[in-house]
Design a binder for this molecule. Structure first.
Ligand code: ADP
Length: 499
């Protein structure tokens, strides 16, 4: 999968002719918001206007939830043969693949990540995920209780109407994790994409209809979090909320559930991943991976390796090499085929990232490289890969999720100290460690208070591995067979056997 500079024109041609859909999808039809309101979306790559998007409100959410409920009760998805569901989902994966270039360009324009990344990771990964979910449908069994005197059947049923509230960093892919697993279990879904990157999720709705997902089973209502999102959170006829985003919003949604029907709220709410390099590590692997861990996707990744923990003795030589590797991640126009890092999602976010860096400097951090915006003349929002040293664990930069290309380097004295620093956070999504000492790998992995631990790699695993966090990073797991559980109810049926 080499770079193809001659593709630059190809991507730009697609971008010029996109004509993206910005309306909501409710009950099988693309429709304006009930109150006719829209908001404009611009590309963070160069500030170009992309389209207007329907600004969904409570009225639209009410209509979408009612339609989702009606479709669920009608049973044309929830009760159909599982083999029909499998076929439709595989068809959806085919359609995603057939539309992969268009989806990739749309994603790239909308949120700023490199088009090549969109194609090979977001879009290809989405099709793969749908196929994985489809392949699980006929392998999830119920149980029979070991009791005598009756037959105790423990079965799983779809939970009903699922609200999916999704983030902007992997817009299509995160929507697919939620929508794909929920649909696989037979639910109806109302998805509200992030207002910062809604377009590929709307496109997903279109492809799902084309694949044969019946009208009303997948509703897409774009809009703002405090409007459409809150209307879902407060809805009395939504059976569960599945959310990925900030921990602040996660807590709001939990409170909304308490104020309404007490629905379960499943959240994945960010991270502050420690990436520990031990003395014995294979440095040729660990150092480039440490750069990729934080600079990939411009650091807009919940599991980004934003804290690098180094042994004091090797600090200077590792940092020197890291600075070299960071150059690979200097951002450029995301529609160029060779670009490794693109623009941040918007100007507000760029300011937020700059604010974190400025406060870190005021707190005593030293900028080894980066620390500022780039390419302002482009009209887009680019930030240089940034490495900060002299960071102490109690500093804001070591505790808060920046969601940008900003690496904090901390040093540790010994293994005990490394473990203490790694766990010294309210987050617990992931941790990575690099060592050639097998016992150390097991010892430290077991002590990480994180839902995902990677040894001698960063972000290892596949669809079969559950993903989610400890502590305030979340309360659920996506992917793997366990990822389906939240979209189901457990039913215990006791059938009496007469003597
Ligand atoms: P970020 O700050 O990174 O955009 P958010 O948590 O604000 O993260 O956004 C994640 C998702 O949550 C988006 O779809 C957003 O619209 C939604 N959201 C934001 N605020 C609320 C809210 N008050 N109620 C419901 N959903 C919300």
């Amino acid at each position: 999968m080499g770079y193809h500079p001659e593709f630059d024109q190809h991507w730009n041609n697609i971008a010029t002719n996109l004509e993206p859909e910005g309306r909501a999808l409710i009950n099988g039809e693309f429709t304006e918001a009930a109150e006719g309101e829209v908001f404009a979306t611009y590309s963070p790559a160069d500030g170009r206007f992309i389209t207007n998007i329907a600004r969904g409100s409570k009225v639209d959410i009410d209509r979408a939830v009612a339609g989702a409920r009606a479709s669920f009760e009608a049973g044309n998805w929830s009760q159909v043969s599982i083999y029909h569901r499998i076929d439709v989902m595989n068809k959806l994966a085919d359609l995603i693949e057939q539309n992969s270039e268009r989806l990739a360009v749309l994603e790239s324009l909308d949120m700023g990540k490199p088009v090549r990344e969109c194609l090979h990771t977001d879009v290809a990964g989405s099709a793969k995920a749908i196929r994985y979910f489809a392949s699980c449908i006929d392998k999830i069994y119920g149980n029979i209780s070991p009791n005598t005197g009756g037959v105790g059947m423990i079965t799983r049923e779809p939970i009903g109407v699922v609200a999916a509230i999704t983030p902007w960093n992997f817009p299509l892919y995160m929507a697919i994790w939620k929508v794909g697993s929920a649909l696989a279990m037979g639910n109806s879904v109302v998805v509200k994409p992030s207002e910062r990157a809604s377009l590929t999720t709307i496109e997903l709705g279109k492809l799902a209809l084309e694949a044969g997902v019946p009208s009303g089973v997948l509703q897409v209502v774009p809009g703002y979090g405090h409007e459409a999102g809150a209307a879902l959170g407060l809805h009395n006829d939504v059976d569960c909320v599945s959310f990925t985003g900030s921990h602040v919003t996660a807590r709001k949604l939990m409170a909304m559930a308490g104020e309404s029907n007490g629905k379960p709220v499943y959240v994945e709410a960010g991270g502050k991943t420690a990436n520990i390099i031990f003395d014995s590590a294979d440095m040729d692997a660990a150092i480039p991976a440490a750069a990729g861990a934080i600079f990939y996707n411009m650091g807009e990744v919940c599991f980004a390796g934003s804290r690098l923990l180094l042994p004091e003795s090797k600090r200077d030589s590792i940092i020197e090499q890291l600075i070299e590797h960071s150059k690979l991640w200097i951002p450029d126009n995301p529609l160029k085929d060779r670009t490794m890092a693109g623009a941040l999602v918007d100007g507000v976010h760029l300011e937020r990232v700059q604010g974190f860096v400025d406060r870190a400097i005021a707190d005593g951090a030293t900028v080894m490289t980066g620390g500022h915006a780039l390419h302002k003349e482009s009209g887009g929002y680019y930030f240089a890969p940034t490495i900060l040293t002299d960071v102490r664990s109690e500093m804001e930069i070591a505790q808060q999720e920046v969601f940008g290309p900003v690496l904090s380097v901390l040093t540790y004295q010994d293994e005990e100290d490394a473990v203490r620093l790694a766990n010294d956070t309210n987050y617990g999504l992931a941790a990575a460690l690099w060592t050639n000492d097998l016992s150390q790998a097991h010892r430290v992995a077991a002590r990480m208070k994180a839902g995902n631990v990677w040894v001698n790699c960063f972000h290892g695993g596949d669809m079969s591995m559950p993903f989610g966090g400890y502590k305030q990073s979340g309360n659920t797991r996506d992917k793997g067979l366990i990822g389906f559980e939240k979209y189901t109810q457990v039913k215990s049926t006791w059938i009496n056997i007469k003597d």
